[in-house]
Design a protein around this ligand. Structure first.
Ligand code: ZN
Length: 126
């Protein structure tokens, strides 16, 4: 019983301290997550306008293909590099996909929504 209270069963209380080798990964992943958060909003807004202009003279599916073709590399970039080094969860709100489901925002909570890795501690580390 004594080892159970040691800390392996924490869920919502205390975040997990990152390992030293995870700290640089946390820093770069959080940088990408922030770029995704603040970068995709103006880009998707601008693309909305461009797509509307395309849709005036072209079939809707051409406009939709433009939208997907420009936004998906951005989202892929965030998915590949803005991930938790421990559990692989993509951090931050999912740009335009936030419209479809409410996701946790690690750029605000500073704790990984899946494995409770302490992101704030990783950013402050050496
Ligand atoms: Zn995690």
């Amino acid at each position: 019983m004594a080892e159970r209270s040691g800390g392996a069963y924490m869920h919502n209380e205390r975040p997990i301290r990152p390992e030293p080798d995870e700290i640089p990964k946390i820093k770069s992943a959080m940088r990408v997550a922030r770029i995704m958060k603040w970068g995709t909003r103006p880009v998707s807004g601008l693309m909305g306008i461009v797509v509307l202009l395309i849709a005036v003279n072209h079939p809707w599916y051409i406009a939709a293909a433009w939208y997907v073709g420009i936004l998906s590399p951005l989202i892929l970039f965030g998915r590949l590099f803005g991930r938790c080094p421990r559990c692989g969860k993509t951090w931050g709100s999912q740009g335009p996909f936030r419209l479809f489901y409410e996701s946790e925002d690690e750029t605000e909570s500073m704790v990984c929504g899946r494995c409770r890795l302490d992101i704030g501690l990783g950013l402050r580390g050496p």
